[in-house]
Design a protein around this ligand. Structure first.
Ligand SMILES: NC(=O)c1ccc[n+]([C@@H]2O[C@H](COP(=O)([O-])OP(=O)(O)OC[C@H]3O[C@@H](n4cnc5c(N)ncnc54)[C@H](O)[C@@H]3O)[C@@H](O)[C@H]2O)c1
Length: 254
């Protein structure tokens, strides 16, 4: 499991627990799909199923937003999209920089889903001089020498690190010194940051390891079932069920 610090208390100042904040994007994704199909209202059960979350937990989460739905009608889809987007800070544009434009950085730069969710890729930065000026996803790569200027000029507060692990801390330090206060780290290393800086870590190999654990367990249970013991249980979605603290998506605290 990833380790490290998020530098945020378990409950934010406005009283929304971190576990609820971590589920808001799941609700938003499900609600956006409903909105695109022009569905006007949704019940807590339907929405919970679409988001992969328990419906009692969903109702509790929405109570933090002051959204209780209407008995017999459910929740207003458009209004909830607005409420959750506002809560997540998505009603404003967030310029992000991606540092390390190799296989992963280029794939991230090419991913259209950021822009449609309000995250504009303001710049692509790499240490390789041979890459400077080359366009990736239509954006010319800039050299790391320019990093501080790029952050300042674009008012960037969110940085994405997709460099090799050995370079990540140094890149992180430069981003933070230049004014970045949120970092999404793809490099397989634990970053140290000062208070007030949020780090989230994405590690797909950890997700695969968790799946491997369940595969192994299922195989063991099947073998036991063949011997007439316990029946194998149905599959589960661990990305949205992480114990008493609630559902957490594949992005983890650093
Ligand atoms: N989190 C995940 O699920 C996941 C998945 C794949 C890869 N990764 C990690 O992402 C990172 C990138 O993987 P990749 O396959 O794209 O590697 P890559 O070698 O293709 O690309 C790395 C890029 O970083 C650049 N770079 C190196 N040092 C730098 C520095 N100090 N500043 C700026 N740029 C620098 C290199 O020039 C290169 O272009 C690795 O750490 C890898 O382990 C994570």
């Amino acid at each position: 499991m990833a380790t490290g610090r998020t530098h945020r208390p378990a409950t934010r100042s406005r009283g929304i627990p971190e576990a609820t904040v971590a589920r808001l994007p799941l609700y938003l994704r499900a609600l956006t799909a409903l909105s695109e199909r022009s569905v006007p209202t949704v019940s807590s059960e339907e929405l919970a199923a679409a988001a992969g979350v328990n419906s009692a937990k969903l109702r509790k989460d929405f109570s933090y937003l002051g959204s209780y739905g209407t008995r017999g009608v459910g929740y207003d889809v458009e209004y909830l999209v607005y409420q959750i987007s506002r809560e997540l800070g998505l009603t404003q544009d967030w310029p992000v920089v991606i540092v390390g434009i190799g296989n992963l950085g280029a794939a991230l730069a090419n991913y259209g889903g950021f822009a449609s969710r309000g995250f504009r890729v303001a710049a692509l930065i790499d240490a390789d001089p041979a890459m400077a000026g080359k366009p990736v996803a239509g954006i010319p790569v800039q050299h790391t020498d320019e990093l501080e200027k790029i952050i300042t000029d674009n008012g960037v507060s969110i940085g994405v690190i997709a460099t090799p692990a050995g370079a990540a801390q140094q890149v992180c330090d430069r981003l933070v010194a230049a004014g970045v206060t949120s970092i999404l780290n793809f490099a397989p290393t634990v970053l140290t940051v000062p208070d007030g800086v949020d780090v989230r870590k994405v590690d797909l190999s950890i997700e695969l390891q968790i799946l491997a654990f369940h595969e192994q367990r299922k195989a063991g249970e099947e073998a036991a079932a063949h011997e007439g013991a316990v029946p194998a249980p149905a599959g589960r979605d661990d990305s949205t069920d992480q114990g008493p603290d609630g559902d957490v998506p594949a992005v983890m605290p650093a």
